[in-house]
Design a protein around this ligand. Sequence first.
Ligand code: MN
Ligand code: MN
Length: 463
Amino acid sequence: MKDIINKKECGWKSIDESKKNEIFAFADSYIKFLNSSKTEREANRNIIKTLNENGFQDINEMTSLKAGDKVYLNNRGKSVFAAVIGHQKLTDGVNIIGAHIDSPRLDLKPNPVYEDAHLALFKTHYYGGIKKYQWTTIPLAIHGVVVKPDKEKIEVNIGEDDNDPIFTITDILPHLAQKQYEKKIGEAINGESLNLIIGSIPDKENDSVKENILKLLNQKYGIVEVDFYSSELEIVPAFKARDLGFDRSMIASYGQDDRVCAYSLLESIISVHTMDITSIAIFSDKEEIGSYGNTGMYSEMFDQFMNQLLDKTDENIVGALNKVYCHSKMLSADVGCGVDPNYQDVSELNNSSYIGYGVEINKYTGSRGKSGASDANAEFVAYVRNIFEKNSIIYQVSELGKVDIGGGGTIAYILANKGMDVIDCGVPVISMHSPYEVTSKYDIYSAYLAYKAFFESNEKITY
Ligand code: MN
Ligand code: MN
């Protein structure tokens, strides 16, 4: 008989030395992925590279598909759908796991360069839910592209190499911050003061620091000021992902929401062998700003990918896509809130996740009365529990914070609306959305095992 009381135990307690080494090795590869994937474009590129190295092919190059084929669709260099085709019909349902590869950051405005108080600066517009004060007085890097009208695409990546300069956003010295101290913390730094310092030497001829910087940019990248109109330049923390703690059990890094789930998902889809059921991985963009646009989860691009699978397996009859969706199961692989020892009062501790206690399931998200939630059916929760318990995967079930304190959402509801069974399942994070988010190596590995076991499961849910 199972224990009558639900004993929640730390994952580290039940593993031996060799399992610990496996977890640490997995984390080392994850750290490399993080350091080379600071934007959705970079994550996309690394994901496509790994898929190619593991026998996946561009779906546009395939005329027909059969069991065992591995394909992907690269959506505009920003989101990816990948599939391992199974023996069973797609219309009998597929197993889907979906993560996102965009993270909160600062974007440059279309007219970013200006000069003020004898310094040159870039204007920014923040992307996603940030606490603005966290982005001042830290080293920042610039990543992205400038595209010229003749289609030439210039890659920018500056601030990561030890020999690169970095950039920073200033803040008031405490000596003169009396007025700032009186403001509410959310108002102490406003969006229009998130300006990046980029130079201070004036042009010898006309005394303009801005012009001197534009000349330097022209020499280095061959761009002129108007080229910023067609650029996507993202400001991200210049720190590297690092082991955290004397015991090295945790990872501190920018962008773990949601690249931690994206990485675990990537490793699981490449390790799936051909099953009866088809496995599908989604790496989506724009989750942090509502999943809109043609690289976000709301886009018809995913339907287009699924229709291509139906076409190329010769299954595409009227209504086939709906049938696939209504018979499918999905894990929405996104991060949750780990209990922060310094701020425990925002969490209801009996319904919260602790880092190191395994992959986290959120039956529902939403806020204030489950508003906006996709609430997974108990039958589906039981189905997922069974997979994890059968495979001895330690997991925890929690909510995001106390009732009425706030809340959040993921891509879960977008796919649940199409008719499939969906539940949120990911890694708990401390300091989520900050420039330096904290996760446990145990949970990251636990997510990988959970995703792999989910892909390899193929039973009917009984309603
Ligand atoms: Mn997320
Ligand atoms: Mn987020």
